[in-house]
Design a protein around this ligand. Structure first.
Ligand code: PGA
Length: 257
């Protein structure tokens, strides 16, 4: 058994009504055909409104369910928010936290991301903690510094004993939805840096177990080379996961031989 089996997450963002969501899952399953039995660990993260329908649709199939966000309180007067227990109840196993779109459009800070990650773990949801630098930060030579700060805050409340349930996703902000993915050299350098941070934080055994995903313009054309990088343990896929043919190709390439 691989220490970190490949993990591919499809982040649907704010796309798909309930009926469209069901259709997307059916199409993906049809396109994969017999290869469905060989796909890597695959998480589908539809919008909240389609979680229940997708949970029904994936029954008997090897996909896992993920959400795109959560609030850190379990319940209460927090209009418009969704909690960990609610997501667990729907069958979610994963939840994305701190996506750069949430940081940018909804003013999420590293401290908030940390609270969300800790809340997810309290409810047996694996948090997919997103980090990433802007293009300006990269140009300014600040990439590693920025990522270290984001990791320090976001993982502050998480103990070594919980590390095995944490997933980190490196998503350079400039690569998201731009068609300009990080090069393998860039991804390699950053993923090594993230691994070093995790090992320093949680020690060799626990730090080694954390999958580090790459996200940002992942396509069938680049997924193979990215996954061949030692510390790239999977991918967080946006645009391409909405196309069943493209996503099936990505899953086939990511399949464990
Ligand atoms: P993209 O999005 O694959 O469309 O670049 C990735 C993400 O935002 O998770």
């Amino acid at each position: 058994m691989l220490q970190r089996p490949p993990l591919i997450v499809g982040n649907w963002k704010m796309h798909k009504t309930i009926s469209e969501a069901k259709e997307l899952v059916q199409q993906l399953t049809r396109v994969l055909g017999d290869d469905l039995a060989r796909i890597p660990i695959t998480v589908l993260a539809p919008p909240f409104t389609a979680l229940s329908a997708v949970a029904q649709e994936i029954k008997g199939h090897p996909y896992l369910l993920g959400a795109q966000n959560l609030y850190w309180e379990d319940q209460g007067a927090f209009t418009g928010e969704v909690s960990g227990p609610m997501l667990r109840d729907l069958g979610c196993r994963y939840v994305i936290v701190g996506h750069s779109e949430r940081r940018r459009y909804f003013a999420e800070t590293d401290v908030m991301v940390g609270k969300k990650a800790a809340a997810a773990l309290r409810h047996e949801l694996r948090p997919i903690v997103c980090i990433g630098e802007t293009w300006d930060q990269r140009l300014g030579g600040q990439t590693k510094h920025v990522l270290s700060l984001q990791l320090t805050e976001a993982l502050a409340g998480i103990g070594k004993d919980q590390a095995q349930d944490v997933v980190v996703a490196y998503e350079p902000v400039w690569a998201i939805g731009s068609g300009r993915a990080a090069t393998c050299e860039q991804a390699d350098e950053v993923h090594r840096h993230v691994r070093t941070h995790l090992l320093a934080l949680w020690g060799q055994d626990a730090g080694t177990l954390v999958p580090i995903l790459y996200g940002g313009s992942v396509m069938p054309e680049n997924i193979g080379a990215l996954l061949a990088i030692p510390d790239v343990d999977g991918a967080l896929v946006g645009g391409a996961c909405l196309d069943p043919v493209l996503f099936a190709k990505i899953l086939r390439i990511g399949a464990v031989p």
